[in-house]
Design a protein around this ligand. Structure first.
Ligand code: NAD
Ligand code: WQD
Length: 343
């Protein structure tokens, strides 16, 4: 029996493949490579010494999905595939709705056709309304503010409707907070196509000399130092959360939602300071206007995942930033180059 990982060549997917293989699962990856590089899977094989079956396929093409189910014995699906850039989703909303929503509808339809009814879905803390007290629990108010976030919120509702209509399904929604870090081998990591939107890849690219300076989006938020507070989580801890969710869903049915965060929050200035400590690099920055749509504070109450999945994030901010930094300096141009500079 195999686990199908959609979006498995991407950032979180590739790290999850490593943990799946380590846990003894057989893995099949489906990805259209629209935001990833197949080299990531060679690296996963190098890390684990195990094989992965890969299909270049698009979730918008039902025949391509069906072929994967025909040719394999899939027992469950971890569904990462989707577009994820908030700013881009404001510019091209239809593409986001089509790719993320239609893609997931197609996947679920074909899973149902093949009697595969176990799904772990990548959701996001972005589904929480900005009008909440922190830390956020799974019962906090929902409400998205951009097309990307709305695709996640709509998909959560669609998947719940699916479960209500057919209780043979087991569907787990995992709401990720801010994933950063990389595998400690430095062989896989986050490889943004363009100028990074997210804080940590931006910082590592400044440190390696690809970008000049960081722009801090506002220092007048109601937080201790005025910059935004976030719950950064190591991508390996996140990946392990998927294995726990998968294990829990075996031989049961149900619909469950979990926050995957650390429960800690750090400001932009905290992240810069810690990064400078672990890397020995100075990060130039300037304060600019707030970024539209940003919120002051966002961090998880991760108790439910601890109680029900026996999962807890183990890695601290220093190790997250160390691993992001080591990945970046060994792969200055992401998967297109690899220059080992570690001892
Ligand atoms: P990523 O872009 O690295 O990986 C997504 C993968 O999906 C890519 O490899 C891409 O090629 C593939 N893909 C996209 N559309 C596809 C389609 N129609 N058919 C087949 N493959 C397709 O992103 P990631 O950071 O690894 O995120 C994985 C998932 O987690 C996404 O659903 C994302 O929305 C969600 N998420 C990410 C974050 C984050 O900060 N990285 C936070 C919360 C949730
Ligand atoms: C973190 C902090 C910024 C960049 C985003 C998505 C969210 C989720 C995770 C997918 C904030 C500040 C950032 C920069 C800065 N993705 N910042 N300068 O916004 O919490 O979440 O990624 O689901 O949906 O919105 O993450 O890393 O962009 O920002 O000052 O160049 O860093 O204002 O306070 P965010 P981020």
């Amino acid at each position: 029996m195999q686990i199908l990982v959609t979006g498995g060549t991407g950032y979180i997917g590739s790290h999850t493949c490593v943990e799946l293989l380590k846990a003894g699962y057989e893995v099949v990856v489906l990805d259209n490579l629209s935001n990833s590089n197949l080299i990531a899977l060679d690296r996963v094989k190098e890390i684990t010494g195990k094989e992965i079956k890969f299909y270049k396929a698009d979730l918008l093409n039902k025949d391509e999905i069906s072929a994967v189910f025909h040719q394999n014995n899939i027992e469950a699906v971890i569904h990462f595939a989707g577009l994820k850039a908030v700013g881009e989703s404001n510019r091209i909303p239809l593409k986001y709705y089509q790719n993320n929503i239609t893609g997931t509808l197609n996947l679920c339809e074909i899973m149902g056709n093949f009697g595969v009814k176990r799904l772990v879905f990548s959701s996001s803390a972005t589904v929480y309304s900005r009008f909440n007290e922190n830390p956020l629990t799974e019962d906090s108010k929902l409400g998205a503010t951009n097309p990307y976030g709305r695709t996640k919120l709509m998909l959560e509702q669609i998947l719940e409707d699916l479960y209500i209509s057919d209780k043979e399904w087991n569907i787990t929604l995992l709401r990720y907070f801010n994933p950063i870090g990389a595998h400690e081998s430095t062989l896989i990591g986050e490889d943004p196509n363009d100028i990074p939107n997210n804080l940590v890849p931006y910082i590592t690219q400044v440190a390696v000399g690809k970008l000049d300076e960081l722009k801090i989006f506002g220092n007048d938020y109601p937080t201790p130092d005025g910059t935004g507070l976030r719950d950064y989580i190591h991508v390996i801890d996140l990946a392990i959360g998927h294995i726990k969710a998968l294990d829990q869903s075996k031989n049961t049915t149900g619909f469950n939602v979990y926050n995957l965060g650390t429960g800690n929050s750090y400001s932009v200035l905290d992240v810069i300071k810690t990064f400078e400590e672990i890397s020995g690099k100075k990060i130039s920055y300037k304060i600019v206007e707030r970024r539209s749509g940003d919120i002051a504070v966002c961090y998880a109450n991760p108790e439910k995942a601890f109680k029900e999945l026996n999962w807890k994030a183990e890695r601290d901010l220093k190790s997250m930033l160390r691993d992001s930094w080591n990945w970046q300096r060994n792969n200055k141009n992401g998967y297109s180059t690899y220059n080992k500079v570690l001892n």
